[in-house]
Design a protein around this ligand. Structure first.
Ligand code: HEM
Length: 423
């Protein structure tokens, strides 16, 4: 039975919500294909789906009308007012600019080298010819980036716990759980309590000229012209952690899994690697990720009554207050955005992907992710004879939570040694 048949047959709102959640976690591509063809805009008891690329892009480009207001409930108490819970305010304008300035592109070669070295170390340390790559690589690579590139030097265990709880409570709490929200707020409070003395010490010292993002931000905040208070520094340092670890970890695992599940895609990626064509290898990774992105939805809140799909046969009035679920995962399979969308095609323009969002709230960490994710995947898929050993239908083990917890691979013999760069 298709999605719409099941959805229409469900007796009450709770049952309909259950159908939506099941399909989102299961055959989301099938569900979105039906919706794009039959009901591109579908109100459900949880939210209203928007599934065609033109409408998804239309909404993302109008942040004042379709806002991220709903994020305030989860984010404000955890990290204070933050850009991803505000639209077209000075926070968005000024702080995104300052944060971009401290996440410098000149760091990207160091980011790539660190991702590669971290993955290589895990491979060398593997006790036998098998490895659980979630803890060993996927989470450890962003963890080291947070510490050594961003300069947020808290201990491993705390960074992992804070980032998990906040990312879960802010972006993956579906269906809503009050317990998860409480854990998110508690983690935010603990993170801020840890950060205050850490930052105070930096302010107490003379400008360090250090090369990490947090030190640069602290140095910038000493300049009255930057207009950046201590509280604003704190919120933005929190945002660096919240955004990084589970997102990058999930992307590394999903892309690796797609490549391992499709030997022809993997062969293309390895051929690009063997030819030394890093750009082509990276393109295989982000195309593979399209077939299982870290999320297929961005949420928005309709600030005013508005028509979507104007002039089409599915023209729909969206009443103020509606929560929209923008199917970015659906848009990446819409032929209006992606030519021949069901084909694996690593030659697509990188700008056509929506992995890092688009427009006003486009991901701040996208350039870090764009090099760290494929570099980690590259080191993993180079294992000779690599195979995923999980259950064929559910290779990625999520435990009972929203993020990958385990992904076991086996391989034949030792990994092809690469020199470990100094980072
Ligand atoms: C280096 C690590 C990362 C950091 C520091 C980071 C940080 C952020 C921040 C601060 C925003 C909000 C920007 C704004 O409101 O203007 C954002 C948005 C976003 N990020 Fe990231 N992020 C990282 C990695 C990732 C990864 C790996 C992915 C997915 C593969 C991702 C996907 C997104 C998406 C989809 C949005 C847009 C959300 C929306 O429009 O509602 N991020 N990120």
């Amino acid at each position: 039975m298709g999605f719409l048949q099941q959805f229409d047959a469900a007796a009450d709102p709770q049952a309909k919500a259950g159908v939506v959640v099941d399909w989102l976690r299961g055959d989301w591509r099938g569900m979105y294909a039906e919706l794009r063809a039959e009901r591109p805009i579908l109100p459900t008891p949880l939210f209203t789906f928007v599934t065609r690329a033109t409408d998804v892009l239309d909404v993302l480009e109008q942040p004042t009308l379709f806002s991220v207001r709903a994020n305030r409930r989860t984010m404000d108490e955890a990290v204070g007012p933050f850009m991803l819970a505000r639209d077209e305010t000075e926070i968005n304008w000024e702080e995104k600019g300052l944060m971009r300035a401290v996440l410098r592109w000149e760091d990207l070669p160091r980011v790539r080298a660190l991702a590669g070295a971290t993955a290589e170390e895990a491979i060398r340390d593997a006790a036998a010819d098998s490895l659980d790559i979630v803890p060993a690589i996927a989470r450890r690579v962003p963890l080291r980036i947070v510490q050594r590139i961003f300069g947020f030097m808290a201990p491993d265990e705390r960074l992992l716990r804070w980032s998990f709880a906040t990312q879960h409570g802010m972006f993956r709490n579906l269906p809503f759980s009050d317990e998860v929200l409480k854990r998110c707020h508690a983690a935010g409070a603990e993170m801020r309590a840890w950060l205050w003395p850490f930052l105070a010490q930096k302010w107490a010292e003379p400008p360090s000229g250090r090369n990490d993002a947090v030190s640069r931000l602290v140095d910038l905040s000493r300049q009255p012209a930057a207009g950046l208070s201590a509280e604003r520094v704190l919120s933005n340092v929190c945002g660096l952690l919240v955004g990084s670890i589970e997102t990058m970890s999930q992307a590394i695992i999903h892309a690796t899994d797609q490549l391992l599940a499709h030997p022809d895609w993997l062969a293309g990626a390895l051929a690009a690697d063997a030819a030394g064509d890093t750009e082509a290898f990276d393109a295989h990774v982000f195309e593979a990720l399209r077939f299982n992105p870290i999320t297929t939805i961005q949420f928005r809140f309709a600030e005013a009554d508005r028509v979507l799909g104007a002039g089409t046969d599915y023209e729909t009035t969206i009443p103020a207050g509606t929560v929209l679920a923008l199917g970015t995962g659906s848009a990446m399979f819409d032929p209006g955005l992606m030519r021949d969308p069901d084909a694996f095609d690593p030659a697509r323009p990188p700008s056509s992907y929506l992995h890092f969002g688009l427009g006003h709230h486009e991901c701040l960490g996208r350039h870090v992710g764009r090099v760290a994710i494929p570099e980690a995947v590259r080191r993993i898929v180079r294992f000779p004879g690599i195979r995923a050993t999980g259950d064929a239908t559910r290779r990625i083990d999520f435990g009972a939570g929203p993020f990958p917890e385990h992904y076991h691979v086996t391989f034949n013999g030792r990994h092809r040694a690469s020199p470990l760069p100094a980072v």
